[in-house]
Design a protein around this ligand. Structure first.
Ligand SMILES: Cc1cc2nc3c(=O)[nH]c(=O)nc-3n(C[C@H](O)[C@H](O)[C@H](O)COP(=O)(O)OP(=O)(O)OC[C@H]3O[C@@H](n4cnc5c(N)ncnc54)[C@H](O)[C@@H]3O)c2cc1C
Length: 384
């Protein structure tokens, strides 16, 4: 499956990491080296602990390297909705993800983490097609305004937005990235400080021991950092987390460049960002294809891709030529709070970010390290 983010020269030149062979020991074994697992590795080596990290494939070749590249503060639910569900801890989560964004930018630099802000648009760009679309757009706009009010009440920035794209709000504190570049950038910084392996899937995880086909890692602490398909690695989590496929596409350059920053619209379900070359990276339709996308498969499908292509045209304001299509797995929980929990003695799992884990994932990693190493309580914004 070809993924447009992998065209980045730094990503394309990734030299790769060895596979594990034989028995290793460490203070901590981290299973899964996406953005969240790598954040855990960074936190652990900063504390002077020895770490062995394992990934089933290439670093960041799961959702962490295949997503929309939006770095949005807060939980997957809009803040005003999350406050109604989880109270003040949703605001704490929002603040903590802003701190994660600063941390990521300090680590990787502002050419990788672009402080662009983001736009939430009411409806798709262009005119509504039906009366239902018009009514939905009006409701969406009213919801944008409610969100902006709650953000401002809590001291976060939100501005009214209007352009040829449509109406909505601008969130100046958000950012954008090439997610594959982010994952491999983090891994490059960590390879000298931790022992990291690729193409080394954990086939069995038990307290104190992780088995792979060709080796094993003995460690008193095991952190399992997997979003989609977490329940395959840890069957005890079946019923608590559920895997879904999300799909995207990449286009050839579209001129003139139209999207100033990441744009998400129609209640946040459809989204796109445009890179410096004018290429669009577009996803969406989760609400329209909910049933078919509860799957651990990752291959793109025609109906979803047709829908996303229409979103791409609306974002571009013109026809687009699609160059790549892909899907990846994420996981959901029933109440929308991500999971961060000890699942067996010394084994802490974190994942199920309900569709937005680029900043919440590293935050969960820090909480998991706090729980496993210090015995610190898990914040209320995670379920445990
Ligand atoms: C199409 C799409 C668009 C998205 N857009 C956004 C967005 O714009 N903004 C946002 O915040 N979030 C977005 N998300 C969600 C986000 O990508 C994820 O929540 C986040 O990347 C999860 O990162 P992770 O490191 O926790 O997990 P993963 O990316 O799932 O990484 C887990 C790693 O574990 C490895 N692994 C799995 N099983 C094993 C095993 N048995 N042994 C060893 N290794 C294993 C995998 O190979 C993988 O590399 C999107 C997701 C998708 C799919």
């Amino acid at each position: 499956m070809s993924v447009a983010w992998d065209d980045d020269p730094v990503v394309a030149a990734w030299p790769g990491l060895p596979r594990i062979e034989g028995a290793e020991t460490a203070d901590v074994c981290v299973v899964g080296l996406g953005g969240s697992g790598l954040a855990a590795v960074a936190e652990l080596v900063d504390r002077g602990l020895s770490v062995v990290g394992l990934d089933a494939g290439r670093v960041g070749a799961g959702a962490a390297g295949r997503n929309g590249g939006f770095l949005l503060a807060g939980p997957s639910a809009f803040l005003h909705t999350a406050v109604l569900r989880w109270g003040v801890s949703a605001v704490e989560l929002y603040r903590a993800t802003l701190a994660e964004l600063d941390r990521l930018a300090d680590m990787l630099g502002n050419d990788v983490i672009r402080r662009t802000g983001s736009i939430r648009l009411a409806g798709l760009p262009g005119e509504p097609v039906t009366d239902t679309d018009t009514a939905d757009r009006d409701a969406d706009l009213a919801d944008c305004m409610r969100l902006a009010a709650v953000l401002r009440e809590n001291g976060f920035a939100a501005e009214d937005y209007q352009s040829e794209l449509g109406r909505g709000i601008f969130l100046p504190d958000d950012a954008a990235m090439n997610p594959a570049r982010r994952a491999l950038g983090m891994a490059s910084l960590l390879t000298a400080r931790a022992t990291l392996y690729e193409y080394s899937p954990a086939v069995r995880i038990e307290p104190g021991l992780v088995h792979t086909d060709a080796g094993s890692v003995s460690a008193p602490v095991i952190l399992v950092a997997i979003d989609g398909k977490l329940e395959l690695a840890l069957p005890e989590l079946r019923g608590r987390v559920r895997t879904a496929r999300l799909q995207m596409l990449g286009t050839r350059p579209v001129a003139p460049r139209r999207l100033p920053c990441p744009v998400y619209c129609r209640w946040g379900y459809d989204y796109a960002q445009q890179d410096a070359h004018g290429r669009l990276f577009v996803g969406g339709g989760r609400d329209r294809f909910a049933d078919s996308e509860w799957t651990t498969a990752t291959e793109p499908t025609q109906p979803v891709q047709d829908y996303i292509e229409e979103v791409a045209r609306r974002m571009a304001g013109t026809d687009v030529t699609v160059s790549t299509r892909w899907g990846a797995s994420v996981a959901y929980t029933d109440d929308g709070r991500p999971l961060c929990a000890e699942v067996a003695p010394g084994v802490v799992a974190f994942g199920a970010y309900n569709g937005t884990g680029n900043l919440v994932g590293p935050l969960a990693a820090r909480s998991a390290v706090g729980l496993a190493v210090d015995g610190a309580p898990i914040p209320d914004y995670f379920c445990n």
